[in-house]
Design a protein around this ligand. Structure first.
Ligand code: ADP
Length: 625
């Protein structure tokens, strides 16, 4: 805050008029000081040194506005008079002589004096430093201006205080308050504040009792503030000096009282904000700077200027409102609320929105992927089921095609059983039956029953239905053997000689045994079909198994001595529905290919040089599967 605290008072009308006339006469001076062809020179005088924030804020606010208004076409000079640390007359005179010398060739057209010390300094030394310059001041009120007896052409932005507005703001926030306590120290300035407040606070609502606390030590002030009931309104004016004669910076004395107070504290200075007050009605240093700058701009432009009052505003500290559970809604309209703790949302809403959008998009993608995956899994499951059904249909068709010869084959053991049983019955009717022979007959019956059972088992195995692939490890040679058994009666019927050349080593593969058996059956029945027109002596079907050169796979080949395959059809025969048979379906080879590929293998066909076709497929050995 400005160290030269302005003495509180209402604006004096006579001073206002004096200044008004003074300003009108002064305009000509400013104009004549301006030299065509150069930018105006403005000297800003700071009363103290450069560490005092209050004057710095006013000066900076003035400077920025001047630069903006003139688009930078202005020569700005700043001088820190340091009159607080060096108030003695010799220093003041030295400073005046120094500035008179310094600006001898660049006399300012306008001097801006901040605070009463700067103002009286330039008024007393204007002839030496800036003889033709207009003077604009800021940072104190009309009472101080009156005391300084300023010349008419010295015009300023007056800071006035209306403590009543601060009190009204407090009453609005604390409608249940019954007591208003006004605190001020023992310095002349403090006392003047109390006088002004007493004048200003008359006529407050009758239910509020106003007490003036003054003439106490700082500790007594703190003690009294601590003991006040919570429905009290406390207004701290200034405590520059306490009863014991101790001097204080008002901000510090306020801080001590406000931090200990048991009721909300208010104050008339914007600098008090953030140091314990809930709020008040005050002129900010920025608005003082703005008012000073606009006077200066008018003066430089040759317009008439008169004293103005710096607009005041209601200010409040959101943290104190929260501390005393006071509602922001009860603040006067247009109150500037500072130190509002922004919610997490207010602070990071952009980041939160961006992250939420990202997370939502990612979630959607994940949901979509999961959904797609499920759909694909379901589709795959359905496709697999369909395939298994098709394979089973193929098995049934093969079983159907072989059923006549298998039934025929079954007849043999059954017939033998019947004959043996009849023979045994006859033998048992004799007086001395040959028990050894009967025993032999019964053994034959048992063997034939076993054969019939095996045939039925194979038939049942051929027709086994799968709802899921039954992965198992088995020896491929065993499957070839069982295929030869199944084909045996049909081969007999067709005069086909079926032989096998099996690898001597075990051929373990991992697959569904029934499926692989079906592949070999398809290839073998096709081979028998292809030999229909061959002479009866040349119908040979050879099923061969061997490990491939790399020792990683097993190869099965089914070769025949049939018609062979047209070269251009060697690959298309595996397409579904390709058939050259009148009652063919064209599905056997395509199903065989699907099965082999499911188990990681490959199938292909060739013609044998000596005539006939050879079908080969490879499957990975179990340890490589
Ligand atoms: P289908 O037996 O119902 O015709 P496949 O898919 O099993 O269906 O066979 C397709 C076609 O491939 C047969 O119609 C036949 O023309 C040809 N084919 C299959 N195996 C042989 C073979 N060993 N020799 C000559 N042609 C064959």
């Amino acid at each position: 805050m400005l160290r030269s605290l302005t003495i509180p008072s209402r604006q004096n009308a006579s001073v206002f008029l004096c200044c008004l006339f003074g300003a009108i006469f002064a305009t000509a001076g400013i104009c004549s000081a301006q030299v065509a062809g150069r930018v105006p020179r403005v000297l800003i005088l700071y009363p103290y040194d450069e560490r005092i924030p209050a004057t710095n804020i006013v000066g900076e606010s003035t400077r920025v506005r001047l630069l903006e208004a003139t688009a930078g076409k202005i020569d700005l000079f700043s001088e820190f008079l340091d009159l607080s640390r060096f108030p003695e007359t010799p220093h003041v005179d030295r400073m005046a002589r120094y500035l008179a010398e310094k600006y001898i060739d660049r006399r300012p057209d306008l001097v801006i004096a901040l605070g009463k010390e700067s103002t009286s300094f330039i008024v007393e030394n204007r002839n030496a430093i800036a003889p033709n310059a207009k003077i604009v001041f800021g940072g104190f009120g009309s009472a101080t201006a009156n005391e300084l007896h300023l010349p008419d052409d010295v015009v300023g932005a007056l800071t006035e205080f209306e403590i009543r507005k601060t009190a009204e703001m407090a009453i609005g926030l604390q409608p249940n308050a019954r007591q208003l306590v006004v605190i001020a120290g023992s310095a002349e300035f403090d006392k003047a504040w109390i006088d002004s407040a007493q004048e200003d606070l008359t006529g407050l609502p009758p239910n509020i009792q106003t007490t003036y606390l003054t003439g106490l030590s700082i500790d007594e002030f703190v003690e009294r503030a601590t003991a006040l009931p919570p429905d009290t309104i406390i207004i701290v004016l200034t405590v520059l000096r306490d009863r014991t004669g101790r001097n204080f910076v008002p901000l510090n004395s306020l801080e001590r009282i406000a931090s200990a107070a048991s009721a909300p504290v208010y104050g008339p200075y914007s600098t008090y904000l953030g140091h314990g007050i809930v709020g008040g009605n005050a002129a900010t240093f920025e608005s003082t700077g703005a008012a000073v700058a606009s006077l200066a701009i008018d003066a430089l432009a040759g317009r008439a200027i008169t004293d103005v009052t710096v607009p005041q505003s209601y200010i409040a500290d959101a943290r104190q409102l929260q501390r005393w559970r006071l509602s922001e809604a009860d603040l006067p309209l247009g109150t500037v609320v500072s130190f509002r703790e922004r919610s997490l949302w207010e602070e990071y809403w952009k980041e939160i929105v961006a992250i939420s959008v990202f997370v939502a998009a990612q979630s959607l993608v994940i949901v979509w992927l999961v959904f797609e995956r499920r759909r694909r899994t379901a589709a795959e499951l359905q496709a697999r089921r369909r395939l298994l059904e098709v394979i089973h249909l193929n098995q049934s068709a093969t079983a159907g095609a072989l059923s006549a010869s298998i039934a025929h084959e079954l007849n043999q053991p059954l017939g033998a059983i019947r004959i043996n049983a009849e023979t045994a019955a006859i033998m048992l009717e004799s007086k001395q039956p040959d028990l050894k022979l009967i025993q032999q007959i019964l053994a034959d019956i048992r063997d034939d029953d076993q054969r019939a059972g095996d045939i039925i088992d194979r038939m049942r195995g051929l027709l086994k239905k799968r709802s899921e692939v039954d992965w198992q490890e088995f020896d491929l040679n065993d499957v070839v053997r069982s295929v030869i058994h199944i084909l045996h009666p049909e081969a007999l019927r067709r005069n086909v000689v079926v032989s096998s050349v099996s690898s001597t080593q075990g051929l373990p593969v991992r697959a569904d045994r029934v499926h692989v058996q079906q592949v070999i059956l398809n290839l073998a029945t096709n081979a028998m079909d292809a030999m229909l027109n061959a002479s009866a002596a040349e119908r040979n079907l050879v099923i061969q198994t061997a490990v491939t050169e790399t020792n990683e796979k097993v190869e099965v080949s089914i070769s025949d001595t049939g018609s062979g395959i047209p070269t251009d059809k060697l690959s298309s025969i595996f397409d579904a529905f390709y058939t050259t048979k009148p009652a063919g379906t064209g599905l056997g080879l395509s199903i065989a290919r699907v099965i082999i590929e499911i188990y990681g293998g490959k199938i292909w066909a060739d013609n044998r040089p000596e005539g006939g076709a050879v079908f080969r497929f490879v499957l990975p050995l179990a340890q490589y599967g």
